[in-house]
Design a protein around this ligand. Structure first.
Ligand code: NAI
Length: 213
């Protein structure tokens, strides 16, 4: 990785997880090397787009050989930080919070889900896949002791903004936000936000289905 990653555009970064996933599949299917043309075909991109993207990090390909799948997979994993083990908490142990806590493989994505918080007294003392659910009143104290850096928000949007303010002051600097409230990405220096709206993806599909594109 010869170049300064802070200068990489966010659109390139957003494509990396997809490269990582496709290369992971190729690797588990025993494929050792792949040309940028074949990878482009699989991923519905152009070979020049792939070369351009990977050149942002110093290349990795060899003329006439293509890419070594395992090496490229591992290097993209390092760039993405899949081994970062970022301490993570989840707020809102309802339907969505449950599904995310149960089915997302946090550890393979660089995060370790360590605690879940909710306001519902009936959930206190329970757990989801061995991860304890605590009262949200304990959040500040928990953050002081354990210093999590990532928060997954699965709470109603009305609850999101005030909670985010206190989470930022408690040291959280990355939000994976499902709350149907678009947290501003420039919220505060060093705080990053990924707002996720499954409905936006569905609406895109609706448009494409209606317009056959
Ligand atoms: P839910 O009602 O099953 O769960 C919400 C949970 O949040 C409850 O357990 C509730 O006690 C807890 N909660 C509420 N206020 C809180 C607070 N201040 N602190 C801590 N916990 C609090 O709702 P569900 O279905 O899990 O949805 C959660 C949110 O996610 C909703 O706002 C929903 O609109 C949104 N959503 C977003 C999607 C997306 O693609 N972004 C997809 C589906 C739902």
């Amino acid at each position: 990785m010869s170049k300064d990653n802070s200068k990489i555009s966010i659109s390139v970064i957003k494509r990396l997880p997809r490269y990582y996933r496709f290369l992971g599949e190729l690797k588990s299917n025993g494929i050792e090397r792949i040309s940028s043309n074949s990878l482009a075909q699989m991923m519905n991109l152009t070979a020049s787009q792939i070369r351009q993207d990977l050149n942002c990090f110093g290349g990795f390909g060899h003329q006439g050989y293509g890419y070594n799948v395992a090496v490229l997979h591992s290097k993209i994993g390092v760039i993405l930080g899949v081994d970062s083990k970022l301490k993570t908490i989840l707020i809102g142990a309802g339907h969505l919070g449950n599904a995310i806590a149960r089915h997302l493989d946090f550890e393979k994505k660089g995060c370790v889900l360590e605690a879940i918080f909710d306001i519902d007294e009936n959930l206190m003392g329970k757990n989801i896949c061995s991860i304890p659910i605590y009262n949200v009143a304990y959040l500040q104290e928990y953050c002081e002791k354990n210093k999590p850096v990532v928060a997954v928000l699965c709470i109603p949007k009305e609850a999101a903004q005030s909670l985010v303010d206190s989470l930022v002051s408690a040291g959280i600097r990355a939000f994976w936000n499902f709350s149907h409230y678009d947290l501003r990405c420039d919220y505060q220096e060093n705080v990053v936000v990924e707002n996720v709206h499954l409905g936006d993806s569905l609406l895109t599909l609706t448009y494409r289905a209606n317009n056959e594109i």
